[in-house]
Design a protein around this ligand. Structure first.
Ligand code: NAD
Ligand code: UGA
Length: 466
């Protein structure tokens, strides 16, 4: 029988999803003990650090919740075995990157971390355990997890007494938070999606969310719809970005203005005004990986036209990055050798320290390949993390934007950090080599003021006569 209440939750994976999502769950469910576990000892040490400024991820308002719940009903630990043993419900929040070798390399998800954690659950879980997929997974992964969990109980039944009553139920509960607004998204989600076959388990998870989410927002589906919906949601979001970026190039060519086009189409309620910011192409750990996954899945089922359609979104995204790099080189007289440029912003978007798939990395690499030397500044990304992304390259990292601007020919705004508008641009102008260029790939600067100071400005999607 499985009708007892959930009292103990374990989350495997203390990353960008596991940490914030469990912090918000613990905040709203004081009667549930939440253990977040990880194999990465350094990550767990930082989650337990008394200085809340040193948490392993930067996310607005996360430190406040950790400060309140940690050590009360929220715990971070490397003791995976014990936390699995105690849990009634286990969230799988491990990484699922694109495979780099073997069948499906470059497209399919590498599920080795999902498999490893499923094996750990199979070994250590007791009684009935609800296993919840929170990671983003290819459709039908629940079948793989089920097979790992069930085969282990069969083998061990005769030799290990505590396995006799070991049973599992699998749910899919994908996460839709965006980095930089994770706490806001978790506190007030547009929807919570729960896919599964076992009504009782679905109800148990639903009850947990109902502590802070209106029940009308909780959508129940079958397992496969839930797994697929997560991939499709990311694909649709990324599709809008590639669409607007493709139009930004057309604006530059024709004299139309992307901000005006965005407003004109975004006021149509059927289109809506969200996710229409032109920029240097989407980054982040998920859009590319999830679309590649969708492409792989489509090809696997013989749907080549469907696969080609979605793959185009990634191709346009890379093209936008290349296009911007090339026009920077062109504006700077066709060569970057002996030139120093400043990159302002290294994270893949504002309000996060995450640099995975950041357009800053690819654009920096294009410029470095052309012989530039780069001064890099980001308000949240550590120098170590920047260096790890640009190993053995001609870069200098700065903690102060004014110092980073000294003697450079151009500043390239790569991330829309709010503070960039508040910089002392008069002083920056005086520090730079002339003509002094600003390339605003995010449309985040007030360019009229900057033109008056004397800067040459290029903004994505605008008529850029200088
Ligand atoms: P992450 O890399 O930040 O965190 C994953 C963590 O899992 C790592 O700390 C890793 O050490 C740990 N781990 C891996 N195998 C383990 C094991 N066997 N036992 C214990 N710990 C293990 O990844 P993330 O950004 O949190 O993403 C996790 C999943 O959530 C991915 O599938 C991703 O697609 C999905 N997702 C991410 C976001 C996001 O904004 N980052 C949003 C929604 C969904
Ligand atoms: C995205 C989705 O928004 C989340 O719903 C999803 O849960 C998550 O992926 C995931 O599965 O990992 P995230 O990547 O954190 O979240 O951030 P977004 O706000 O979606 O931004 C992604 C990239 O697109 C960033 O580089 C951002 O700068 C860029 N972007 C976003 C644009 O260029 N224009 C826009 O209008 C919006």
């Amino acid at each position: 029988m499985v009708n007892n209440k959930i009292k103990n939750i374990c989350c495997i994976g203390a990353g960008y999803v596991g940490g914030p999502s469990m912090a918000v769950l613990a905040k709203h469910c004081p009667n549930i003990k939440v253990n977040v576990v990880d194999i990465n000892e350094e990550r767990i040490r930082l989650w337990n650090c008394s200085d809340l400024k040193k948490l392993p991820i930067y996310e607005p308002n996360l430190d406040e919740i950790i400060g309140k719940c940690r050590g009360v009903n929220l715990f971070f630990s490397n003791n995976i075995k014990e936390c699995i043993e105690q849990a009634d419900m286990i969230f799988l929040s491990v990484n699922t990157p694109t495979k780099t070798k073997g069948i499906g390399a470059g497209y399919a998800s590498d599920l080795k971390w999902i498999e490893a954690s499923s094996r750990q659950i199979a070994e250590f879980a007791r009684n009935h355990t609800i296993v919840v997929e929170k990671s983003t997974l290819p459709v039908k992964t629940a079948e793989t997890i089920k097979s790992i969990l069930n085969s282990s109980t069969l083998i061990k039944k005769n030799i290990d007494l505590h396995n006799i009553n070991k049973t599992f139920s699998i749910l899919s509960n994908p996460e839709f938070l965006a980095e930089g607004s994770a706490i806001k998204d978790l506190e007030n989600p547009d929807r919570v999606l729960i896919g599964g076959e076992d009504e009782e388990s679905i109800k148990k998870l639903s009850k947990i969310y109902e502590n802070w989410v209106e029940s009308e927002k909780i959508i129940e589906t079958n397992l496969w719809s839930s797994e697929l919906s997560k991939l499709v949601a990311n694909a649709f979001l990324a599709q809008r970005i590639s669409s607007i970026n493709s139009i930004s190039a057309l604006c530059e060519a024709t004299g139309a203005n992307i901000k005006e086009v965005k407003k004109s189409i975004g006021t149509d309620r059927r289109i809506g005004n969200k996710f229409l910011e032109a920029g240097p192409g989407f980054g982040g750990s998920c859009f590319k990986k999830d679309i590649l996954n969708l492409v792989y899945l489509s090809r696997f089922y013989g749907l080549n036209e469907v696969a080609n359609y979605w793959e185009q979104i990634i191709l346009i995204n890379s093209w936008q990055q290349k296009r911007i790099s090339e026009l920077i080189i062109k504006k700077l007289y066709g060569t970057l050798s002996e030139k120093k440029l400043a990159i302002f912003g290294f994270s893949f978007k504002a309000n996060t320290n995450d640099t995975r798939e950041s357009p800053s990395i690819s654009i920096s690499n294009h410029l470095l390949d052309e012989g530039a030397r780069l001064n890099i500044y980001d308000p949240q990304v550590s120098g170590k993390q920047i260096s790890e992304n640009l190993v053995d390259k001609e870069i200098d990292i700065f903690m102060n934007p004014l110092e980073a601007a000294k003697d450079v020919d151009a500043i390239i705004i790569m991330t829309e950090w709010k503070e960039f508008n508040k910089l002392d641009w008069d002083q920056i102008f005086s520090l730079m080599r002339k003509p002094a260029w600003i390339f605003d790939t995010r449309l985040c600067l007030e360019t009229d003021n900057l033109r008056n100071i004397g800067f040459n400005i290029w903004s994505v999607g605008s008529n850029n006569e200088n």
